[in-house]
Design a protein. Structure first.
Length: 246
């Protein structure tokens, strides 16, 4: 996984339309629905902390991890009204001083891992740092979304002070999408500086994810169409998993 340094600089601007309040409430609702036994929560791949801080405001004691120091610098600079500890760790190297009751990975962070083997390793490291009976919740982009929505498309974002050309390259062999960002930052004099970021998203299917969770010591207790409590369909763009540590 890359450092996402350039991406970190513009991440909040490019995700202004993300319904963070709704997503935080959705995760909180599923945690309650499936009966978490405590409030100690690990947020893996926390990025710039937009969901992390909202969950802390809901009363969770949060450890928030990310592999990008740039993302964490931005996250830790935001007002922290709850109890959040930020740590620099990748999702495949999670190592905590104590066990948590809940672990989450939001906004398709699982797709950003480098390989299917890393997804299994992430699940195993999550289980190692979780109390028995703890809940693991994550959302993930589907093969359908990679093939039909992201595909070989290009998206243009023109927001205050930043112009971004977002180009995708879809690989039908493994359903991965390579994403390239050409970034232009406006200076005070009206000139622009250019930046560049590239990363890849992989797309495991739901059966692989279920198998990996079982291998890691979890039992799947819920699988939903994202932001709903409905069963997923073949054309679901995003899935929500809830698993319990055995």
């Amino acid at each position: 996984m890359s450092g996402y340094g350039e991406f970190a600089l513009v991440y909040d601007l490019l995700t202004e339309n993300v319904p963070y309040d709704e997503i935080a409430e959705y995760y909180h609702g599923l945690i309650q629905k499936h009966g978490a036994q405590g409030r100690y929560l690990l947020d893996m791949g926390c990025g710039t902390g937009n969901l992390t801080l909202r969950l802390a405001d809901m009363g969770y004691d949060v450890i928030a991890s990310d592999a990008s120091t740039e993302m964490l610098t931005i996250a830790s600079s935001k007002p922290n009204h709850g109890n959040v500890q930020f740590i620099c760790q990748s999702m495949t190297e999670t190592e905590l001083y104590g066990a948590v009751d809940i672990a989450i990975s939001t906004l398709d962070s699982i797709n950003h891992l480098d390989s299917f083997a890393d997804i299994l390793l992430c699940f195993r490291k999550t289980a190692e740092n979780m109390n028995s009976g703890g809940l693991f919740l994550f959302d993930v982009n589907t093969i359908y979304k990679h093939r039909e929505i992201l595909a070989d498309n290009t998206f243009i974002y023109d927001v205050d002070g930043v112009y971004c050309a977002w180009s995708n390259t879809y690989d039908p062999a493994d359903h991965s999408v390579t994403i390239e960002l050409d970034l232009f930052y406006e200076n005070e004099d009206g000139s622009y500086d250019r930046g560049y970021e590239s990363f890849c998203e992989i797309a495991p299917d739901r059966f692989m994810l279920t198998d990996f969770l079982e291998l890691a010591g979890f039992e799947v207790v819920g699988m939903y169409e994202y932001l709903t409590h409905d069963k997923p369909t073949e054309d679901s763009e995003k899935l929500m998993f809830v698993a319990r540590k055995k």
